[in-house]
Design a protein around this ligand. Structure first.
Ligand code: ARG
Ligand code: ZN
Length: 847
């Protein structure tokens, strides 16, 4: 049954304080709770007190020491109004839970012998009876009893003795931010002094043997703490900040107050084991979780419909941080690539939903690219509209006005209105309407006056047939025929369905650069000649649009290759060759320019222009394109590869990473002409994982690399995170007709531990990541995916539901493929005991 935003009711009772005692045992942990309740004056009347609770064995419960007679049901315990004292009262309970058999990885569970928790969104109800909703905030005291050497919870450690520890978190928080860890752990430690002089102990806790892999995460944490002080004036507020790395984790990481819990993939890194992309992601996720301390924890969400309040803002902040640490231009291009690949894909299919959804069945299904990434884009637009100063004033007001509260999107928009005097009623549609607007651009030119005509249309999405015009900030620059900028970047504010903008006193007809910096998450549609795109690729002063021009050239060409058997001509090849060899450009930018459009991206683009994509043809055309580029660039590639070699020891910083990225892009092209000679050599001589795995990928891409795969396996067989790469590469680079078979073979490998989410994703996620292989006309891959969803669902519904989104693009394809996918969705829906998570997803995707 669906939960609706419109049905929100304030809690009947608030909580003054919580004391918990955990007596840890793998299959019989006892949780004792003492909760001081008080009736909520904001909700007058005679209300029962409903406590959430799932999979709990109730041992005893009492209200002010009087035993409770009510029996729990499947989802909780109701304390009838008649049994409740008139004023504040104390509820105590003892329950038993079994962390060792908790395979859903939600609540208290065990990973590799250690106890850990994941409570967001609704996992705390699997720990004890509690009003498990974010608008109930309380200070927690936690006592842990266990013979494990390290015992951690939120806040500061306030007492400890043999076999126990007590933690006190003075900051009121909702239950979803609760965390507990107990295990045999080692800390990589450092310290930080905040801007007002508070010393903070920093620890990254890992399993013995991993302590040498924490330095980069620690460095990222320290830089994040400093950055949040300098950029947002936000200071840390406890004596200790702990991070724990766990191997079994459904998502990336979790911002529990003072005790962040991370998927070990986003903490552990050495040059030999982690790629440049891994390093960049670690930096971003460490920052993201740290930034949540203010945007998420000090100010939390009133209810889960407001999820984007903390996630969109925190993603926006981590994107700003990464841009400051690395390169804003490169970061923006990468973020837009992800946005289009994941969010536009979601927005264009059956799972489309607003940035602030209005109903859900299972909230875990709404930790999506729309809530996170489009949520961040919406904030970027707000900032563009009100300016940097307006944004800074609004954020100061937000922290001042809502600290300690559980807030809403209305509260968020109000601080912008109050700080800037702007009416945001229309802007709010970005939060309530799903779908990606199409922005059509045409122009007139006469008598020195250039007019830009814009029209916005948002196609219908499930449950929202009618859309309204949105406020679209369109960043525009104009160039003259010599490539000089005659109008520097100017933000046009579009508010109507159709609107025109005039620019006069121009000497010659300008070449427009529209939507600079990707100033709004829309699909720009404008008939542009290849010559004009090549001109912008060569001359645009906006780095995003410069890249975008090259991207559009490649996509136009690839589309014509797929539909009209066109072949790459000298115009595209020469334009790209010029960028690739232009030493005045950042190597990271050049590497991005050389990256050909992905196959799924191409399928999305063709579908959007009314063409049914043929995955096999896209695959073949893209390879043909790469071959042509390799031939064109052949004289330059060897020199490029040699000149980009990094002398000296590996450093993960952006400059060196950018050079490696361009070098590997060149290596991939050379590999298409030399049969893998150079790549095999690069694999042998690699002294870091970026180059080792990069060279291996080059070889796999041309159907070679078997002996290198074996070398890799014997070298890294004992390293889980590195072996995840070994699994996924083989599937991602398998030929379309061999993808399902390769996946099947790897699921029989003794190291395929399907209960570990990272390993499951590295294999089953790679299956759906190989576009031509996943959509092979046989339907083999569809069947294989559905088999694994059905198998994983009873153990880990969250990860099963997430992986099912591979099917969300079914409507793009031909009738045969549609029927095959629909049959698999039906088969999933017929599985006995299907979880609420996977059932909701499959139902939304069914025709
Ligand atoms: N708040 C976490 C983050 O954004 C995500 C946790 C999501 N977990 C879940 N089971 N839904 O970093
Ligand atoms: Zn987050």
């Amino acid at each position: 049954t669906a939960i609706r935003l419109a049905d929100y009711l304030a809690p009947s009772h608030l909580i003054e304080s919580v004391a918990l005692t955990f007596r840890l045992a793998p299959e019989a942990t006892r949780v004792l709770s003492t909760i001081r309740f008080t009736p909520n004056k904001a909700r007058p009347g005679s209300h029962d007190l409903r406590l959430d609770g799932e999979n709990l064995t109730l041992i005893a419960a009492a209200i002010d020491a009087v035993p409770v007679t009510a029996e729990p049901d499947a989802t909780g315990l109701t304390l009838p109004w008649a049994d409740l004292p008139e004023g504040p009262f104390t509820f105590t309970a003892e329950v038993e839970i079994s962390p060792a058999t908790n395979t859903a990885l939600e609540g208290l569970y065990m990973s590799n012998g250690m106890y850990c928790t994941q409570c967001e969104a609704e996992g705390f109800r699997k720990i004890t009876f509690y009003p498990d909703r974010p608008d109930v905030m309380a200070p927690f005291r936690v006592r842990i009893e266990s013979d494990m050497p390290v015992l951690l919870s939120n806040g500061n450690e306030t007492a400890t003795g043999p076999g126990w520890a007590e933690w006190t978190d003075p900051w009121p928080k909702p239950a979803y931010l609760f965390a507990l860890v107990a295990g045999d752990l080692i800390a990589h430690s450092a310290s930080f002094t905040t801007m007002s002089g508070r010393p903070v102990a920093l620890n990254i806790w890992v399993r013995p043997g991993d302590e040498g892999r924490c330095a980069y995460a620690m460095d990222s944490l320290i830089r994040s703490m400093r950055w949040d002080e300098q950029t947002y004036g936000r200071e840390y507020d406890l004596d200790v900040f702990n991070i724990v790395a766990v191997d079994d984790f459904n998502m990336g990481a979790m911002e529990n107050k003072g005790l962040n819990i991370f998927n070990s993939k986003y903490v552990l890194a050495l040059p030999e084991t982690a790629t440049d992309d891994d390093f960049a992601r670690i930096e971003a996720i460490i920052a993201h979780e740290y930034f949540h301390n203010w945007t998420g924890n000090r100010i939390t969400c009133r209810d889960w419909f407001q999820l984007c309040l903390k996630e969109g803002l925190t993603v926006f902040r981590d994107q700003q941080f990464s841009g400051d640490m690395r390169s804003h231009a490169v970061k923006r291009i990468e973020d837009v690539l992800t946005l289009r690949a994941r969010q536009f894909r979601e927005d264009g299919g059956p799972l489309a939903h607003p940035v602030r959804p209005e109903e859900y069945v299972e909230i875990n299904n709404f930790y999506t690219a729309t809530v996170y990434e489009k949520g961040a884009e919406v904030i970027g637009m707000l900032k563009r509209l009100v300016g940097d100063d307006g944004y800074a004033r609004a954020l100061d007001l937000y922290f001042q006005r809502h600290d300690g509260e559980a807030a809403t999107i209305e509260d968020w928009l109000k601080v912008f209105e109050d700080a800037t005097g702007r009416d945001l009623a229309q802007f709010k549609r970005w939060y309530s309407e799903a779908g990606t607007p199409r922005l059509k651009a045409t122009e007139d030119w006469a008598d020195g006056v250039w007019t830009l005509h814009l029209e916005q249309v948002t196609p219908p999405t499930p449950g929202q047939p009618l859309k309204h015009p949105k406020v679209i900030p369109v960043a525009l620059g104009l160039l003259n025929g010599n490539g000089d900028e005659v109008l520097p970047t100017t933000v046009l504010e579009m508010t109507e369905a159709k609107q025109s903008f005039r620019f006069d006193k121009l000497a010659t007809r300008p070449i427009p650069s529209i939507l600079r910096g990707f100033s709004a998450p829309v699909i720009l549609e404008r008939a542009t000649s290849p010559e004009e795109r090549a001109f912008l690729l060569a001359h645009d002063t906006d780095p995003f649009n410069k890249w975008e021009a090259g991207r559009a050239l490649a996509k136009d060409l690839l589309a014509r290759m797929v539909t009209d058997n066109a072949s790459p001509g000298p115009d595209w090849l020469d334009a790209l060759a010029r960028v690739a060899t232009d030493d005045s450009l950042d190597p990271a930018f050049r590497a991005l320019a050389l990256r050909l459009p992905g196959e799924d991206d191409m399928a999305q683009t063709l579908h959007a222009s009314g063409i049914t994509p043929d995955p096999a043809r896209i695959h073949a055309a893209r390879r043909q394109m790469a071959d042509a580029l390799a031939r064109r660039l052949q004289p330059e590639l060897a020199g490029l590869i040699d000149s980009l070699a990094e002398p000296g020891p590996f450093t993960p910083e952006a400059r060196a990473a950018g050079r490696r990225a361009l070098r590997l892009a060149a290596l991939a092209l050379v590999t298409r002409t030399d049969g893998g000679l150079r790549a095999a050599e690069a694999f042998r001589s690699a002294n870091n994982m970026t180059e080792e795995v990069g060279a291996l990928a080059c070889l796999l891409d041309i159907g070679r690399g078997q002996s290198e795969l074996d070398t890799f396996e014997s070298r890294w067989g004992k390293d889980r995170l590195v072996m995840d790469k070994w699994f996924s590469l083989q599937i991602l680079y398998a030929a379309p007709e061999a993808t399902a078979e390769t996946t099947r073979r790897l699921t029989d490998h003794p190291a395929f531990d399907w209960k570990n989410p990272n390993r499951f994703r590295s294999v089953i996620g790679a299956l759906s990541g190989n576009h031509a292989g996943f959509h092979h006309a046989s339907g083999d891959s569809y069947r294989l995916l559905a088999d694994w969803l059905i198998r994983l669902d009873p153990l880990n519904p969250q990860t099963a539901a997430r992986m099912s989104t591979a099917f969300e693009t079914w409507a793009r394809y031909d009738a045969d493929r549609q029927a095959l996918i629909q049959a698999e969705l039906d088969r999933v829906l017929a599985a006995p005991g299907l979880s609420r998570d996977l059932a909701e997803m499959a139902e939304r995707m069914r025709r």
